[in-house]
Design a protein around this ligand. Structure first.
Ligand code: ADP
Length: 228
C-alpha cells in the first residue's frame, strides 16, 4: 500500500511541479516581447507571482513531510500567543485571496496563551487556511475562530466549500490521501498538507479533526494545551 502511495506521490509531485514551472517559463518568454501592452505585462507578472507561490508551497510541503519522516524535526514548546500568530498568518493569506473571498479572525479578548512550537503552529494554520481558500467557491467566506476550551485553546478554520463526505473525514489526514477530483473543484495538490498538520499537532500534545457536511463547507479544528 505504501509503495503504491509513493509511486503515486512521485507522479503527482512531478506533475505538480512541472505545471507551474511550465507556466512561469511561458510567461517569461511572453514578457521578452517588446511590444506588450501594460495589461498583458501585468497579467504575465501576476501569473508568475501565483505560479511561483504554488511551487514554493509544494516544495515546502515536501520538505516538512520528509523531515517528519526522518524524525529529525525537533520540537521547542514554549508559551505562544495563538491569536497574534493567527493574525499574522491571515494578513499574509489575505494578500493572495481570490476576488470576492473574505477571511476573518474571530477571537474574544480572553484567549489564554498556548504551549506550542511557534513554527509548527504557524505551519498548521497556514496549511488549514490555504486549504480553506483552495477548496472554497469564489467569494466564499472563511472564518478562523479561536476560543478557550477546557484547559485547551481551540482553533477552528471554517469554510463554505464543497465539504468532505463522512467516510473520508479520517482518511484525509493520511499521507497523500486526496478526495475524488470531482469533490475538489479541479484543484491540484500533493495530499501532504493535512498529514503534516496532524503530525505537528500531535507533536504539540494536541488533537485535530474535521466536521463537515457534503456541500455545506468544512470546519477543521485543533486544540492545544493552555500555557500556565
Ligand atoms: P492537498 O490539498 O495538497 O491535496 P491536503 O492533505 O491538504 O492535500 O488535503 C487532502 C485532501 O482533503 C485534499 O486533496 C482535498 O480533497 C481535501 N480537503 C482538504 N481541505 C479541504 C477543505 N477545506 N474543503 C474540502 N476538502 C478539503
Amino acid at each position: 500500500e505504501l509503495d503504491r502511495l509513493k509511486d503515486e506521490f512521485v507522479a503527482v509531485a512531478s506533475h505538480e511541479l512541472r505545471t507551474p514551472l511550465a507556466a512561469v517559463y511561458g510567461a517569461a518568454i511572453t514578457l521578452r516581447q517588446q511590444d506588450l501592452d501594460t495589461k498583458a505585462r501585468d497579467s504575465m507578472l501576476d501569473l508568475i507571482f501565483h505560479q511561483s507561490d504554488r511551487l514554493a508551497r509544494i516544495v515546502n510541503d515536501v520538505l516538512w513531510a520528509s523531515q517528519l519522516e526522518s524524525g529529525r524535526l525537533g520540537t521547542t514548546i514554549e508559551k505562544c500567543d495563538g491569536v497574534e500568530l493567527a493574525d499574522e498568518v491571515l494578513v499574509e493569506a489575505r494578500a493572495r485571496l481570490p476576488d470576492g473571498a473574505s477571511l476573518e479572525l474571530v477571537a474574544s479578548g480572553s484567549v489564554p496563551a498556548v504551549e506550542a512550537d511557534v513554527e509548527k503552529l504557524r505551519r498548521v494554520l497556514v496549511n488549514l487556511v490555504d486549504n480553506a481558500v483552495k477548496y472554497s467557491p469564489e467569494g466564499g467566506r472563511i472564518r478562523v475562530e479561536i476560543e478557550p476550551a477546557d484547559g485547551h485553546v481551540r482553533f477552528a478554520v471554517q469554510d463554505e466549500g464543497l465539504g468532505i463526505p463522512a467516510s473520508e473525514q479520517e482518511r484525509i489526514f493520511d499521507k497523500f490521501h486526496r478526495l475524488d477530483p470531482n469533490l475538489q473543484r479541479g484543484v491540484s495538490g500533493t495530499g501532504l498538507g493535512l498529514y503534516i498538520c496532524r503530525e505537528l499537532v500531535l507533536q504539540m500534545n494536541g488533537r485535530i479533526w474535521v466536521e463537515s457536511e457534503l456541500g455545506a463547507g468544512a470546519t477543521f479544528s485543533f486544540e492545544l494545551p493552555v500555557a500556565d
